[in-house]
Design a protein around this ligand. Structure first.
Ligand code: ZN
Length: 202
């Protein structure tokens, strides 16, 4: 199983990080070792002083595909979920400055929170409301309607480069509001007011 992440898919998040608006989706990957095991806390790694949460809508691939046309992309997933793309922002900034790959800042152990999934028929995919609460306060309030590239477009784009396999997960990018986590934080992710994950930070 592989995790394919999309960067810079929401305008306001691009602005908050002073990033450039991309002409094509920005893609990076996380290995399966990045998955935070269910019910485990997220442990702040020793190599960063600035770990950020990034709540993101997840898509679980359920068919093998390559060069998928946008109009058939909907056949490649049934379930939508919510997760966190934990990012060592300090490390990422240094890597970005030097034009180096982001893996150390994005793909480390525990950096991929994969919460619950629901059937896509329960949602309006063009307007999925989702939120991240940090210690009970809403810090990210997103909606899939604000994605620069929609889910089907992302599947089509990604599959031009990487064969999608059953069980692969796409992280579709984070909206504005990213921020630093601290020990003892509790992060709760919701889609349409329903809890999809709860992560304790240590
Ligand atoms: Zn992200």
């Amino acid at each position: 199983m592989k995790i394919i992440c999309i960067g810079r898919n929401y305008t306001k998040h691009i602005e908050e990080l002073n990033s450039e608006r991309p002409d094509e989706p920005v893609i990076f990957m996380k290995p399966d070792s990045a998955v935070l095991l269910k019910n485990n806390p997220f442990i702040i790694p020793p190599f960063s002083d600035n770990i950020h949460y990034e709540a993101e809508i997840l898509v679980k691939i359920n068919r093998i595909g390559k060069f998928i046309d946008k109009k058939f992309a909907h056949k490649y997933y049934e379930e939508i979920g919510l997760g966190i793309d934990f990012t060592a922002r300090d490390l990422q900034s240094r890597l970005k400055e030097k034009g180096l790959p982001w893996e150390k800042a994005k793909a480390f152990d525990g950096s991929a929170v994969i919460g619950n999934f629901c059937n896509k028929s329960e949602l309006d995919l063009d307007a999925i409301p989702f939120q991240l609460e940090r210690n009970g306060e809403i810090v990210q309030d997103g909606n899939s309607s604000h994605m620069l590239w929609k889910i089907d477009e992302l599947i089509s784009y990604v599959s031009q480069f990487f064969t999608l396999k059953i069980g692969d997960i796409i992280f579709t990018g984070t909206p504005a509001g990213v921020g630093r986590v601290e020990a003892d934080d509790v992060l709760v992710g919701k889609i349409a007011d329903k809890d999809f994950f709860r992560v304790k930070v240590k």
